[in-house]
Design a protein around this ligand. Sequence first.
Ligand SMILES: [Zn+2]
Length: 340
Amino acid sequence: MRGIIMHGKGDVRFEERPDPRVEQPTDAVIKIIAACVCGSDLWPYRGYDQPDHQKMGHEYVGQVESVGDDVTTVSPGDYVVGSFVISDNTCEICEAGYQSRCVNAVFVDGEIGTQAEYARIPHADGTLVALPGKPDDDLVPSLLAASDVLGTGWFAADAAGAGPGKTVAVVGDGAVGLMGILAAKQMGAEKIIAMSRHEPRQQLAREFGATDIVAERGAEGVAKIKELTDGLGAHATIEAVGTQESMMQAVRSTRPGGSIGYVGVSHDVELPGGELFFGLVHLHGGPAPVRRYLPELIDLIWNRTIEPGKVFNMELPLAEAARGYEAMDNREAIKVLLRP
Ligand SMILES: [Zn+2]
């Protein structure tokens, strides 16, 4: 089969890879129907992480080809969506709802790589969720979003305590930030403030449920958030970037007693103790336990209550993935769907 390998900074290639096969009785092999480029793929692409023949891709909608003897919840022919982290969904950490740190967790990115024609999914029962049937073609982008960006935005909104009567601020206008807006809206938030300087993304933010846009950043951005919240700050803040600047934007935009759901992959973030202490905010975040939310998200997509797939604004054949990375790197594309 063929798949995407990142050889080094900015060096993305479509090449031959060994055909995956069932190795453990708990494995499934799936044929990938749709994959995509993630904002987090840009970290190695830009050389922040040192990519060395890295198998790329961790979001996927697939069809099961074969399963090991112990797999009971999915069968060959089933259409499936899975999380970007492999989980057994039975250990104590999974039981508590934190499948992304399962004791048997494996990150799909790097270890498996779903920007490929096929993939071996370990712990298939604990990782994959079967769809009710063959998805209509127009549902595929939304189902693909559930695999990571929607699930991650959903976790961020949940961790931040978004809900009825709450004001939610969203730092970051990438796909995850936009999905956080959708999630906050679905959870009943009263006011959703999107921090974005990019007109097309502001527009999408409004479509997903943002009620206010703040284009300013830093101290000016904080001042604007305060203006919109009677001087108090947001109840709930979603941080979806992962830099020092974005974390501090989130901390300073949140009212005392409020919460921050942070899901931007943290890069060199150092939190000042004093400010955190007197900020009196809750911090909860990390790699999102997408598997916890998948059944509910699949339902909402299947019955067409939400359409997170609108976040994809470019589609390419898998063989042309390099163009997709480039388009996301220069912010021409919000998110790129890849079809094998
Ligand atoms: Zn587990």
